[in-house]
Design a protein around this ligand. Structure first.
Ligand code: IMP
Ligand code: MG
Length: 192
């Protein structure tokens, strides 16, 4: 059995502490509320990685809004291709509504780019991206990011919803995973 402990051998290096996350998410809630004042907005949270961020962001929103969820998974062996499969689709139509795509982290940008294209085909009033973390050093596709929590360096992070092999989502802060775990291995889990 692998060791997923959060002490001695687990991810211990805190990148963003819990109080900084809370402060920034609250600021984002204000920024987004101002930008969408008087508009009909639906937060589309990407499963699974963004569920904790989305829950906090929703509570930081000052205007009427709704939330829906979408799940995607990379095709086996095509993690880096940007070709994904929808494992859970939205419950409600987004036609005519302002969609805010809520992501945990944007890395190469392939996933978000695919989602942007898919959502735009559904005739929303608009689609904007909100990501908690931006690892822009690794970007392959240029993306318009309207709302960004933190820019982070090229490190593999876990916690606050984000995982390594489905573990560590429960950490209340963002931690850096020790580099002993290879980056390809880290990216194979595939379901955000
Ligand atoms: P992209 O398509 O390369 O932008 O990858 C985006 C997805 O990969 C994110 O939504 C995450 O699910 C996952 N991912 C990328 N970097 C990390 C990381 O450092 N920790 C955890 N998941 C990550
Ligand atoms: Mg994700």
């Amino acid at each position: 059995m692998k060791n997923f402990s959060t002490n001695e051998n687990g991810p211990q290096k805190v990148l963003i502490p819990q109080n900084r996350l809370q402060e920034r998410v609250s600021e984002l809630g204000h920024e987004i509320s101002q930008a969408f004042e008087g508009k009909d907005i639906v937060l589309v949270a990407m499963l699974k990685g963004s569920f904790i961020f989305a829950a906090d962001l929703l509570r930081a929103m000052k205007i009427p809004c709704t939330i829906d969820f979408m799940g995607i998974s990379s095709y086996a062996g095509q993690t880096r291709s940007g070709i994904v499969r929808i494992t859970k689709d939205l419950d409600e139509s987004v036609a005519g509504r302002n969609v805010l795509l809520v992501e945990d982290i944007i890395d190469t940008g392939l996933t978000a780019s695919y989602l942007l294209t898919t959502l735009k085909q559904r005739r929303p009033a608009g689609v904007d991206i909100c990501t908690l973390l931006d690892k822009s050093a690794r970007r392959i596709i240029d993306l318009p990011i309207a709302f960004r929590g933190f820019e982070i360096p090229d490190v593999f992070v876990v916690g606050y919803g984000m995982d390594y092999q489905q573990h560590y989502r429960n950490l209340p802060h963002i931690a850096i995973l020790p580099p002993s775990r290879s980056s390809e291995d880290q990216l194979e889990s595939g379901d955000g």
